[in-house]
Design a protein around this ligand. Structure first.
Ligand SMILES: [Zn+2]
Length: 237
């Protein structure tokens, strides 16, 4: 399913349920819900979330900074020759890594920086820092579309935010779960418990076909109706 559809369906249904349960929908709750709706697709090379969070510009900037760092190691470290040359070459080589790997390096650096220096952003420094590092180190494509991915995300959310607002980890977990359920109605389905081969697949739609597109839009429509029923019906507009 498309990133945009996930964003609308998972976020819409989650916020409706949270609203019906009389939790307060604060800005952090809404933000974590939206991120959780897109999070499972983060291991896709062009995922909506990664390309927005780490734009190409930032990676190009990082490459330039690396070349600069390599040059200064070479010139400033001449007393340590030949180690300065070796280190400068190593730093320079990193900038030749493919964009995808560089993006991971940038994600780990930002994540570690947030955890170590981000005390003013409590508790978000831990949450975003862990998230960036976990995503960069994801060993296997498809691992996010599993029960393990869901549990890890809920644990990260719980331990970083439950003292502030218990609605955050509940809505984040629910939104992530809804993404997995939405993917399981496609013809590809998901494998929720690897190494077991069992597939969760309802086969309601084939991705990439016009019929599939219609089913997808149907779910978006149903989400819109739910959101209207929960939040706007009583407004008497
Ligand atoms: Zn997905």
């Amino acid at each position: 399913m498309m990133g945009k559809s996930h964003l609308i369906i998972s976020t819409g249904i989650t916020l409706s349920i949270i609203g019906m349960a009389d939790y307060k929908i604060s800005l952090p709750v809404a933000a974590v819900t939206a991120v959780s709706a897109l999070l499972p697709d983060i291991d896709e090379p062009n995922s909506l979330l990664v390309s927005r969070a780490i734009p190409k510009r930032l990676i190009q900037l990082f490459k330039v900074a690396l070349v600069g760092l390599g040059a200064s190691v070479y010139f400033l470290g001449q007393a340590f020759a030949p180690w300065n040359i070796l280190l400068a070459l190593l730093v320079g080589l990193v900038s030749f890594m493919p964009t995808r790997s560089l993006r991971n390096v940038v994600m780990i650096l930002i994540g570690a920086g947030l955890i170590v220096f981000g005390h003013s952003l409590m508790p978000w420094n831990y949450l975003i820092g862990c998230l960036l590092i976990v995503c960069a180190l994801l060993p296997h494509r498809g691992l996010t579309h599993t029960v393990y991915g869901l549990v890890v995300w809920m644990l990260i959310l719980y331990f970083s935010t439950h003292q502030y607002d218990s609605a955050i980890w509940i809505s984040g977990g629910l939104s992530y779960l809804l993404h997995l359920l939405a993917d399981s109605i496609t013809n590809r389905g998901i494998r929720p418990l690897p190494p077991f081969d069992w597939r969760l697949k309802f086969n309601l739609m084939s991705t990439g076909t016009w019929k599939g597109k219609m089913v997808e839009n149907g779910f978006i429509g149903l989400t819109a109706i739910l959101v209207w029923l929960v939040f706007f019906r009583d407004l008497n507009i």
